[in-house]
Structures are given as structure tokens and as C-alpha cells.
Design a binder for this molecule. Structure first.
Ligand SMILES: [Zn+2]
Length: 398
């Protein structure tokens, strides 16, 4: 049966205004310093409309005027730049062994970056909510003391997140059906800024897209290199979440039917053959970092067994990357988390294998690279997510 879908409804005036404000704000973000005439010429909005929109953005202290420029034909023009000094965007990450908080201003300048130990694998959801709320409160207090208004908070969680922000399941945290956004809002006594919850890989790829060396690249896949392996996917410049918000569970694609049992109960999943758990003996997440340091030390010393094991893991990782590349045709695949310190040994084997299994000639021009954003990538992506909301028209009130 063929069903016809209704077309877009006509937007009301408020929607049009918000959309146009967002268009101008994004133009200034990408082209500052720029003049009102530059905005009109590039966006197709008429000059009177641009003047009114810019006045509104100045009222909201999102944009400010800077000096005149004379190095162009005609009258000198007043130039515009992003302001953003009155604002802060906050990202947090809950993980099995730590909490991370990052705050940035409107232009993405880092205001603070905190990481603290947290027993995520053993804490109850209520304890986790209390800890995340306490950390959020400290960051918000710091921002308020610096005269900044908080635009929003986005929290990264390693799990399946519903489109309503509920954590459906986060296996490594032991969470089921946790309304983290709602619980946090309650714990913070309805703080007056939006709170979002998102999958950690999704936020990490947003961080790469906005802040990373491949920033602006329209098609990116980010792989988290933890005990679990998840993928964040940006295609055609937009995060792809799927129908339920569950896309990107590449860690449970079967790589080897004869492989070891995965924590999900199946056998030979990507994370069971190429997750960080393969390389460490500990099940205590607090110990993983030091064990990975030890693997790096042995690899640098040329230990044959270690190099062999890293090549095997790299090859299996390459099989997973080839599946992602054949399916999604990304411009780049970015390896994050503990894959970063291991990249000198994993990358060559992974790239060889991925190229061998790629249907596109020359691997479709896709690069495989290690992330440079560090362990705070998912939290930074939370801050990016909040800035994305502002850029798409959810502006703070004047
Ligand atoms: Zn699995």
C-alpha cells in the first residue's frame, strides 16, 4: 500500500524569525568578521531584514560589533563577530570509571575541563544521578560566578538512548530505563536550561565534526575504543541516530562466528575480538588505563607476542571498519578512547584489512585516523550538541 505523506506545514512568523536568526548567527560564526552587507549578499535576506535580525542577536549578546573596515570598495562597514562572552555550554560524560565535564563559550573556546574518578560500574543509577548533579552544580556555579548564562547541558552515556533522552540500557553501567535527563532536572531543581542525554559515540563524533582536525567533514564515523565499541555516524553533515536512536552498535556485529563469547551473550562480536578488553586481563575499569600503558610499553620495546596480538586486534578492527565503510561511505573513520595510544600498532593492520575488504577502489578515499581530542571527546561533544541547538535556532532570550 502506498501512503502519501503530508508536506511541510507553513511555518508561522515566529518559526521563520527563529530560522533566520539562526541563519545569520551561523553565517557570523563561519565568516566573522563580516558586515551586514556580507550577510545580505550571501544569505539572500534583504538588508532591512538583516539589520533587524542583527539587532536582535546583539540584544541577546550573541553577536557584537567590532571596528570598521576600509579595505573594500565603497563605504567602510561595521564588522560583526560572535560575542558569546555571556554564555557557557556544558557537556558531561558518565563512564564506567570516570565523570568528565567540559564547558565552552559560544565560539567553542574551552572554559574548563574536569575529570574525576567515579565507580560507574558499581554505582546505582540513583548514586550516579547524585554524582552527575553535584558535578553539574559545581560547573554551573563556576560559570555563574564568571557572569555566564548556561545555554544547556548535554550528558554522554555509553548505552542505548531513546529519542526522548531515556537511557534504555547501558550494560557497562548496569542501567535499565533510567530517565537521566528528568532525574537530573529534578536534582537540579528545574535549573532553567535544557538538559539532554545522548549516546557517547554520537556526542564524540559531534565533537570531531565541530572541533576536530577533520571538522566540517560531512561524512564521519567515530569508533569508541573502550571495553565496548560503539560508532557515532555523521552523514551529509548530520548525526544519524536511526528510528529508535539506537544506530551505531557496531560492537555487536559478528566478525568471527568461531570467536570468543561477547558480554552480550553472542559470539565473535567486534568488541569481543577487537575491543580493549582483549588486550587487558583486568575487569576493573579503574585498572584498564595502567594496563594499556603497559601494553604500549611492551610494544615500544618490540615484544613479539604483544606486537602479534596488536596486529591481530588491528586486523579484526579493520574487518569492522570495512563493514562500516562499505555500508556508509565515510570520508574518514576516527578511532577514539584507548585506540588512540595503541594507534601506531593497530592502524597499519586495520588499514590493510579494511582496504582489502573495501568494495570501493582505493578504500573510497576514506582515511582512518586516531582522534586528537583525548578522553574528553564525548563531554566536549555534549557542549557541541548544545551549541548545535543554538545554531539551529534555540536561542537564549534577550
Ligand atoms: Zn556482542
Amino acid at each position: 500500500m502506498i501512503t502519501s505523506s503530508t508536506g511541510p506545514r507553513p511555518a508561522d512568523f515566529g518559526d521563520v524569525r527563529a530560522t533566520n536568526l539562526a541563519v545569520v548567527l551561523r553565517f557570523v560564526r563561519d565568516n566573522a568578521p563580516c558586515s551586514r552587507a556580507d550577510i545580505a549578499a550571501s544569505t539572500g535576506l534583504n538588508k532591512a531584514t538583516v539589520s533587524s535580525l542583527v539587532a536582535d542577536l546583539i540584544d541577546r549578546r550573541l553577536v557584537r560589533e567590532t571596528g570598521l573596515t576600509e579595505n573594500r570598495v565603497g563605504r567602510p562597514a561595521t564588522m560583526l563577530v560572535l560575542d558569546g562572552s555571556p554564555y557557557a555550554s556544558i557537556g558531561l560524560e558518565v563512564n564506567v570509571d570516570y565523570l568528565t565535564a567540559v564547558a565552552v563559550d559560544l565560539s567553542g573556546e574551552r572554559l574548563l575541563s574536569w575529570r574525576r574518578a567515579f565507580p560507574g560500574a558499581t554505582a546505582t543509577p540513583a548514586q550516579a544521578v547524585a554524582a552527575v548533579a553535584a558535578l553539574t552544580r559545581r560547573v554551573v556555579n563556576r560559570m555563574t560566578k564568571d557572569q555566564r548564562q548556561v545555554l544547556g547541558v548535554a550528558v554522554a552515556v555509553p548505552g542505548l538512548i531513546g529519542t526522548d533522552g531515556t537511557v534504555r540500557v547501558a550494560p557497562n553501567l548496569g542501567w535499565h530505563e533510567v530517565d537521566l535527563a528528568g532525574d537530573l532536572a529534578k536534582a537540579l531543581r528545574d535549573p532553567g536550561f535544557p538538559i539532554q542525554v545522548e549516546n557517547d559515540a554520537n556526542l564524540a563524533v559531534l565533537a570531531e565534526h565541530r572541533f576536530g582536525p577533520l571538522g566540517g567533514t560531512p561524512n564521519l564515523v567515530y569508533l569508541t575504543g573502550e571495553v565496548g565499541v560503539g560508532a557515532g555516524v555523521i552523514l551529509d553533515g548530520r548525526l544519524r541516530r536511526g528510528g529508535q536512536g539506537f544506530s551505531g552498535e557496531i560492537g555487536h556485529i559478528q566478525i568471527d562466528p568461531q570467536g570468543p563469547r561477547c558480554r552480550c551473550g553472542r559470539t565473535g562480536c567486534l568488541e569481543a575480538v577487537a575491543g580493549i578488553g582483549v588486550l587487558v586481563s583486568t575487569t576493573d575499569p579503574a585498572e584498564v588505563e595502567s594496563e594499556i600503558d603497559e601494553v604500549v610499553r611492551r610494544a615500544k620495546a618490540g615484544d613479539a607476542a604483544t606486537l602479534d596480538q596488536l596486529a591481530t586486534v588491528g586486523r579484526d578492527l579493520g574487518r569492522g571498519i570495512a563493514i562500516a565503510a562499505n555500508l556508509l561511505d565515510p570520508d574518514a573513520v576516527i578511532l577514539g578512547g584507548y585506540y588512540v595510544p595503541l594507534a601506531p600498532w593497530l592502524l597499519p593492520a586495520a588499514a590493510d584489512q579494511a582496504r582489502a575488504l573495501s568494495i570501493a577502489a582505493d578504500f573510497g578515499g576514506c582515511e582512518i585516523v586516531a582522534s586528537t581530542l583525548g578522553y574528553g571527546a564525548a563531554a566536549l561533544g555534549g557542549a557541541a550538541r548544545v551549541l548545535d541547538s543554538v545554531d539551529s535556532g534555540r536561542l537564549p532570550s534577550p
